[in-house]
Design a protein. Structure first.
Length: 79
């Protein structure tokens, strides 16, 4: 829902969510309308749209409130 540290879903400088990510979300929603994950993605996309495609505190709060996973600052498992 956030991307990873080196590959975020938004521009580092403007916090604008990338167009290719929005397109991907919309494509997934239209192709898989009956999946549980689609319902989550659809509501997440609505929040993104309400915030003018800016990854801001409102979007972060939505992620936190809904216990959606983030890969930011997650370290890979090492052996």
């Amino acid at each position: 829902m956030t991307g990873t540290d080196n590959s975020r879903i938004y521009d580092w400088e403007t916090d604008k969510i990338r167009d290719d990510i929005v397109d991907l979300y919309e494509k997934m929603i239209s192709q898989y309308p009956d999946r549980n994950s689609t319902q989550i993605l659809s509501s997440y996309l609505e929040v993104i749209k309400q915030n003018e495609f800016i990854f801001n505190e409102n979007v972060r709060e939505y992620i936190k409130t809904n216990n959606l996973p983030s890969m930011l600052a997650v370290q890979p498992i090492s052996r």
